[in-house]
Design a protein around this ligand. Structure first.
Ligand SMILES: NC(=O)c1ccc[n+]([C@@H]2O[C@H](COP(=O)([O-])OP(=O)(O)OC[C@H]3O[C@@H](n4cnc5c(N)ncnc54)[C@H](O)[C@@H]3O)[C@@H](O)[C@H]2O)c1
Ligand SMILES: CC(C)(O)[C@@H](O)C(=O)O
Ligand SMILES: [Mg+2]
Ligand SMILES: [Mg+2]
Length: 348
């Protein structure tokens, strides 16, 4: 395990150069890996496992659009594609990649097939960290671990195809066989992680729910809307407001942050911009800190989990989500984005 100094704090990190694919194949040579659920993470992880040469099958509800997607991805009914229960029965490592709410409804069925020595895998801490709400309490004679890719399953797959890897966290909740850590790391490498950092189920659940409600998705969408609206109300055109809020960030400045950090992005902007950004950064930090603390409290109290479970238990939850997404899509801001993207100069 490599020891990496993260800004003064030393952490253990497992890298694929050290825990190689060959070692992962040795650890998992007798395992049948069953990917349960074929939503977003399911395809990413299952296809990477298959391309890496592991014995993998997929379990999905027949007659759903994702069953058809699995067929079109080359999974064969009765050979490598089964209904949920058959896949749970056949697998020795059950990778539970149903939606976090779907994991609750199927738990009794999954549990039935968790015979001694099998492994139960998640890509989130949700089910276990909030077990008082989910009812997910695994039998004591199975290994329980997680590998949580830090990004969309779509990126996990595309980065794998580019020969890169996405970083993931991993955690072992229960080591019944004495081999749970090896199994977890082997699966982590096998699904295409570039490196793995260690966490616990609770920390993963709390940080992930905070991150996606905060900066990664909720906050960024909110602050985009706020700035776009202010510019529009002050008489700026949609194209100017969009370019100054979204397009420049995603196309020009975010890649600089990704390459070499915030100070590098600042250093590549004018001294006028740097002066102003350095002055205003702290105001934004101070204004949003109370909101982020409210968010963390709401996650840690279990309220966010309750909201997700309640919302997803309604039969029409997908339809309602789609209505909300459609409202976002049809807003002036994001309709401007459609046109701005079309205007991006393409390679000659
Ligand atoms: N979406 C991501 O990229 C991402 C990233 C990191 C971790 N995760 C975690 O990975 C897991 C899977 O997430 P996802 O976004 O791929 O899930 P998803 O919401 O796309 O759902 C996955 C599958 O669950 C099935 N499903 C839902 N409810 C069901 C039910 N009641 N019975 C049977 N099947 C049901 C759906 O048909 C779908 O195929 C979750 O724990 C999530 O937190 C997801
Ligand atoms: C991709 C994310 C946001 O990191 C993940 O946590 C999810 O729930 O989809
Ligand atoms: Mg998440
Ligand atoms: Mg996440």
């Amino acid at each position: 395990m490599a020891q990496i100094n993260f800004g003064g704090v030393v952490e253990n990190v497992v890298m694929r150069e050290e825990f190689t694919l060959t070692r992962a194949k040795e650890v998992l040579k007798n395992e049948k890996i069953a990917v349960i659920g074929y939503g977003v993470q399911g395809p990413g992880q299952a296809l990477n496992l298959r391309d890496n040469g592991f014995d993998v099958i997929v379990g999905q509800r027949k007659g759903t659009p994702t069953w058809d997607k699995a067929l079109s991805d080359g999974w064969k009914e009765g050979e490598s594609l089964f209904d949920l229960e058959t896949a749970c029965e056949k697998g020795t490592v059950l990778m539970n990649l149903l939606s976090d709410a779907g994991q609750i409804h199927t738990w009794e069925m999954v549990k039935k097939h968790l015979t001694p020595g099998k492994a139960l895998y998640f890509s989130h801490g949700f089910g276990i960290a909030f077990s008082d709400k989910t009812g997910i309490v695994p039998p004591t004679d199975v290994d329980v671990f997680l590998v949580a890719p830090k990004g969309s399953g779509t990126s996990l797959r595309s980065l794998f195809l580019e020969g890169c890897g996405l970083n993931s966290s991993f955690a072992v909740e229960q080591d019944a066989t004495g081999n749970a850590r090896e199994r977890a790391l082997a699966i982590g490498i096998a699904i295409g992680s570039g490196y793995l950092f260690e966490t616990t189920f609770q920390k993963e659940a709390y940080s992930d729910l905070t991150g996606e409600r905060g900066v990664l998705m909720g906050a960024i969408a909110g602050i985009f809307e706020a700035q776009y609206n202010v510019l529009r109300q002050r008489g700026h055109s949609p194209s100017e407001a969009f370019n100054e809020t979204v397009e420049e960030l995603t196309q020009s400045l975010m890649p600089l942050i990704a390459d070499k950090g915030m100070d590098w992005m600042y250093a590549n902007c004018s001294t006028t911009a740097q002066r102003g950004a350095l002055d205003w950064k702290d105001k934004f930090r101070d204004a949003t800190t109370p909101v982020l603390n409210d968010l963390y409290d709401s996650v840690a109290s279990g309220k966010e989990a309750e909201i997700v479970i309640e919302a997803n238990s309604k039969p029409d939850y997908r339809v309602k989500l789609e209505v909300e997404l459609e409202t976002l899509r049809q807003s002036e801001l994001w309709q401007t984005g459609v046109e701005v993207r079309k205007l991006r100069p393409s390679k000659a």
